[in-house]
Design a protein around this ligand. Structure first.
Ligand code: ATP
Ligand code: MG
Length: 569
């Protein structure tokens, strides 16, 4: 492709609303353009990358025994009413009516549609298993569309669904998909972790999120430094504490702590470790006020608490509520004598005794407090954030915590949809059985964005070779020079004939501007051809990732490029 003919315009400035580097670079390098919030057009360079990722997905899905289909985007409400999701899906579902006022939606995912297809087609155990996937545009009216292709309202997803005779069958299919996903993200050149996405982590786990590790990720991943334990932080379990509370409770006393509200300040002032301070949180859980207790050095994980309470929203109570229930300013709350009836403590609190906590009185704390004797706790629950001080619940080794971008999710669905939609088959003895399903999603655009998050520098993108829009950029510095032109045109023809994807920057631009665009676009190999160099019988190859430069005689350029392409990642 000749740059002068390519439909592309690069930008010097970052788009104002872009927060993530991938979003900035995709817009600046002319890959995508915004139409409306969370809705983007893919331009030629962007689409080329998208297609590369799609093809890797397609090859690995096919190799894993799945078959490609293409289902309608538009689906009738009736199917969603059958599964119950017409009511449950909420505002994320894009709904519309046809001319007869019949309800439809734009597919956010396709369990209903595919199950309907399979229930009509499959009669006998002989037709199972079957594993179908598609690569298609999905619609979700996200509350906060952002980060470019990372969280769009219209986005490309590979969604796959498997149908097996029984649990054993789906587990085999699941493993194949797990392997396929691992190969897909490896081939895309990503550093990722397959993270257990369900509780009950020991034994067979059949829900994994594939997380690309990047500091900008929306998710938090907790993983063991030694064994294979890796989970979403929402689900990371803390090891139950190993110590016992002290056998002898001391007499409770009051301590004057003027103006000291935070755990570290109180600890320093009283000359005690933070681990003997009790943190008292007054929490608003939907419409209820509850008391939450943690050890001083621990932090609440709101999502764990929310799940435990099975409520919609968790927040710290406002100042007015705190004053009302504690009769003191914020910072002195205490479980001792407070007017809140539901008290939940983290597991670690069970091992605490003779500790320090607030007094529900301004400028006072209590020391040598003991739960049971001084106040009541309803439940001890794992509600705290795992930290790097914790150890692996499986093997006891150290943990690390990283941020991650969820690019894929595989999930054993069981009979959730097949039961609702009555997708059955006849087994060997003519008995009707419910089909057992699995589902497997990958965000294609999000994968591309995640690849940029992991592969860039201050000048632009650094494409992993497998998903680069072009492999080689030919960059003539003097497009008027006859020798330069001849060499460039010959190289262009030769490389194309050898099956290499080449971009020839034939624009009459200053070298500086061309170099800038070259770095922004991130094509793995660049050939700089200047008149002065060429007069010395010399041409330069530059590797985008390492910055390494090779100076060669023109005759060797093609071979060197081919050799480098064979070795690059
Ligand atoms: P998230 O928690 O990020 O909203 P999800 O759990 O809703 O994701 P799934 O329903 O499992 O996502 O969809 C499968 C894949 O589709 C995700 O792993 C992700 O890569 C991608 N995806 C989901 N929502 C979006 C979106 N709004 N924009 C781009 N990609 C998305
Ligand atoms: Mg979502």
């Amino acid at each position: 492709m000749r740059y002068s003919e390519l439909f592309i315009s690069t930008l010097k400035e970052d788009p104002a609303e872009a927060e993530l580097i991938s979003h900035k670079l995709m817009v600046r390098s002319g890959m995508i353009r915004k139409l409306a919030t969370g809705i983007y057009s893919y331009l030629p360079v962007g689409l080329k990358v998208i297609k590369k990722v799609e093809n890797i997905i397609r090859e690995e899905m096919n190799a894993g025994g799945a078959q490609e289909v293409l289902l309608p985007v538009l689906s009738p409400a009736q199917l969603w009413q059958e599964s119950g999701r017409w009511a449950l899906y909420g505002e994320e579902l894009m709904r519309l009516k046809d001319r007869h006022q019949r309800d439809f939606c734009l597919g956010p995912t396709h369990e209903e549609v595919i199950t309907d297809l399979v229930r009509q087609q499959v009669r006998s155990y002989r037709q199972l298993p079957v594993n179908l996937y598609q690569i298609q545009t999905k619609f979700r009216d996200e509350i906060r569309p952002r980060f470019g292709l990372m969280r769009g309202r219209e986005f490309i997803m590979k969604d796959g669904y498997s149908f097996d005779r029984d649990e054993k069958g789906v587990e085999v299919t699941y493993q194949k998909m797990y392997q396929a996903y691992s190969r897909i993200f490896q081939r895309c050149g990503l550093r990722f972790k397959a993270v257990e996405a369900d509780t009950g982590t020991i034994g067979g786990n059949f829900s994994h999120e594939f997380m690309v590790l990047a500091s900008s990720g929306e998710e938090e991943v907790v993983s063991c430094r030694q064994c294979s334990y890796a989970v979403n932080a929402d689900k990371a379990e803390c090891r139950p504490p190993q110590t016992e509370p002290p056998a002898f409770p001391y007499a409770r006393e009051e301590a004057h702590t003027p103006g000291l509200k935070s755990v570290p300040d109180v600890a320093v002032f009283l000359n005690k470790p933070v681990t003997v301070i009790l943190k008292t949180l007054i929490i608003q859980a939907d419409n209820e006020i509850i008391l939450v207790l943690l050890r001083g050095d621990h932090e609440l994980h709101p999502e764990k608490l929310r799940k435990h309470l099975n409520c919609h929203e968790i927040a710290l109570a406002d100042e007015e509520t705190v004053r009302r229930v504690t009769k003191a300013p914020v910072g002195f709350a205490s479980p001792v004598g407070i007017d809140i009836h539901k008290v939940i403590a983290d597991l670690t609190v069970e091992t605490m005794g003779n500790f320090v906590c607030g007094a529900n009185v301004e400028d006072y704390h209590l020391t040598d407090v003991n739960w049971g004797r001084d106040f009541h706790i309803d439940q001890f629950v794992d509600i705290r954030r795992v930290s790097t001080q914790d150890t692996c619940p499986l093997c006891g080794s150290g943990l690390e915590i990283n941020r991650g971008i969820e690019v894929g999710h595989i999930f054993k669905l069981g009979t959730k949809y097949s039961k609702m939609l009555n997708a059955t088959y006849l087994d060997e003895s003519g008995q009707s059985q419910i089909i057992v399903m699995g589902c497997y999603g990958i965000g294609v655009g999000r994968t591309v964005a995640a690849a940029i998050e992991q592969n860039h520098d201050q000048n632009g993108i650094i494409w992993p070779q497998a998903i680069a829009p072009y492999q080689v950029l030919l960059l003539p510095l003097d497009v008027q020079d006859k020798n330069v032109l001849t060499l460039v045109e010959n190289l262009y023809t030769d490389l194309k004939a050898a099956g290499v994807e080449v971009l020839l920057d034939d624009r009459e631009e200053r070298p500086g501007a061309k170099f800038k665009d070259a770095d922004l676009l991130g094509i793995p190999l660049r050939v700089n051809i200047g008149a002065r160099d060429l007069a010395k019988n010399q041409v330069e190859i530059k590797i985008r990732r390492s910055g390494e430069i090779f100076k060669l005689v023109p005759d060797d350029v093609k071979n060197k490029l081919m050799e480098l392409l064979g070795n690059l990642s």
